[in-house]
Design a protein around this ligand. Structure first.
Ligand SMILES: *Cc1c(COP(=O)(O)O)cnc(C)c1O
Length: 443
């Protein structure tokens, strides 16, 4: 897998890449925003296209020599239009956060009001969070999820009527249920706001028909390309027919916001790899993949529940699950994350709705099935993995700590980190996971 030349010219980095490859192969990547891209995607990403400057857009560049780069970008755009059924696509945003920033830049003035899902309720930083640009340069109204884990549309509507946002976001990083695009778009229409859906997490599910599409309802759609869509790290901004009807200049506004508003030269190697990933997503197999991600998530939810683990909203409609660790005490996310890591399972600690602890010591674990599904795992494996996760969580969360006393907390966590390494049961589980992984090679 490693380029032989790199091994010779820079053994330090070659070895680190090799080690990361082994880590991925021998463990379970269950962070729901991650995936394993195909060799074809990685080949395009590692290509000489990285050497080329091409500020501007196809046929309108500020540099010469772009005849092939133009074709690459036009191919990516055409495939995205076909895959999602949208009118206009910009494939140049460097990643998801800059894509969202471009939307603000395109349709708002500084000081305008936006509305998005609260970070602690699963929303994204770029949807109006205080320390993020979106909360510093714009006024922000944030909606929560209810005690049942679902978005509460009555509350969202009330908030919208009260704050009159100019832009409403729908989309999140930690929401295990179907997004109510149709209902949210009605609220946006009622207050005259732009309705932007951020499908960073679920783009692959939307493309594969495993989640309802926002295209009939949104004006603007942003997405990353490296999550369920299984491409390279990158992003796209799309304008729908409804978006064009609201504002015929939306495509130009978006394009101008990306370049020259926020970015310089596009990452052409990334654009090529996005085109490859979109080509893969247009194949019938991708539908099967998307459906299997959801089947696996549901099977995992069932297994965890059967093994005594509590889930926010009691299950999932998509690729991710949010474990509620409060039955073990408050703020146990860190313990759960470390315990699972010792067992060879990578997840992340996460706040849960109305978290009784804090953002740094949250009470939940976020995990998902996109990467495992890429490796070919199915319901049978999910059942087993659910058992292992439950066992590991019970071991790790049995440790206690003092959350409210900083000095004591530090000591408790240090002690936990020492002792968790000595848990023989976790080592046994890690061995079981490694054996399982042998049958499911990375792509
Ligand atoms: C991941 C994500 C982003 C940002 O993507 P980056 O590429 O990490 O900047 C934006 N919005 C949502 C909802 C996401 O999940």
């Amino acid at each position: 897998m490693i380029n032989k030349k790199l091994e010779n010219t820079d053994p330090t980095i070659a070895e680190l890449i090799e080690k990361e490859g082994n880590r991925q192969q021998n463990g379970l990547e269950m962070i729901p925003s991650e995936n394993h891209s195909s060799p074809a995607v990685r080949q395009a990403l590692g290509s000489i296209l990285t050497d080329k400057y091409s500020e501007g857009y196809p046929k309108k560049r500020y540099y010469g020599g772009n005849q092939f780069i133009d074709e690459v970008e036009l191919t990516a755009i055409a495939r995205a239009k076909e895959l999602f059924g949208v009118e206009h696509v910009n494939v140049q945003p460097y990643s998801g956060s800059p894509a969202n920033q471009a939307v603000y830049f395109a349709v708002l003035e500084p000081g305008d009001t936006v509305m998005g899902q609260h970070l602690f309720a699963g929303g994204h930083l770029t949807h109006g969070w205080g320390v993020n640009f979106s909360g510093r340069f714009y006024k922000s109204a944030q909606y929560q999820v209810g005690q049942d884990g679902y978005l509460n549309l009555d509350e969202i509507r009330q908030l919208a009527l009260e704050h009159k946002p100019k832009l409403i976001w729908c989309g999140a990083t930690a929401y295990p249920r179907e997004f109510p695009f149709a209902e949210m778009s009605k609220i946006a229409d009622e207050v005259g706001a732009y309705f932007a859906t951020d499908i960073a997490h679920i783009a692959g599910l939307v493309a594969g028909g495993a989640h309802a599409s926002p295209v009939p309802y949104a004006h603007i759609i942003t997405t990353t390309t490296h999550k369920t869509l299984r491409g390279p790290r990158g992003a796209m901004i799309m304008v729908t027919k409804k978006g064009l009807e609201k504002d015929p200049e939306l495509p130009e506004k978006i394009d101008k916001a990306v370049f020259p508003g926020l970015q310089g030269g596009p990452h052409n190697h990334q654009t090529a790899a996005i085109a490859v990933a979109l080509g893969e997503a247009l194949k019938p197999e991708f539908k099967t993949y998307a459906a299997q991600i959801v089947k696996n998530a549901k099977a995992l939810a069932e297994s965890l529940t059967k093994n005594g683990i509590k889930l926010i909203s009691n299950g999932t409609d998509n690729h991710l699950l949010l474990i509620d660790l409060t039955p073990f005490g408050k703020g146990k996310g860190l313990f759960g994350q470390e315990g699972l890591e010792k067992a060879g399972i990578t997840v992340n600690k996460n706040t849960i709705p109305n978290d009784p602890a804090s953002a740094f010591y949250p009470s939940g674990i976020r995990l998902g099935t996109p990467a495992l599904t890429t490796r070919g795992m199915k319901e049978k494996e999910m059942e087993k993995i659910g058992e292992i996760i439950a066992q590991a969580l019970k071991i790790a969360c049995a440790f206690d700590f003092t959350i409210d006393d900083k000095e004591k907390r530090k000591k408790d966590i240090k002690e936990f980190k020492k002792l968790i390494g000595q848990e023989t049961k976790l080592n046994e589980l890690k061995q079981t996971i490694e054996d399982l992984c042998k049958d499911f090679p990375l792509p």
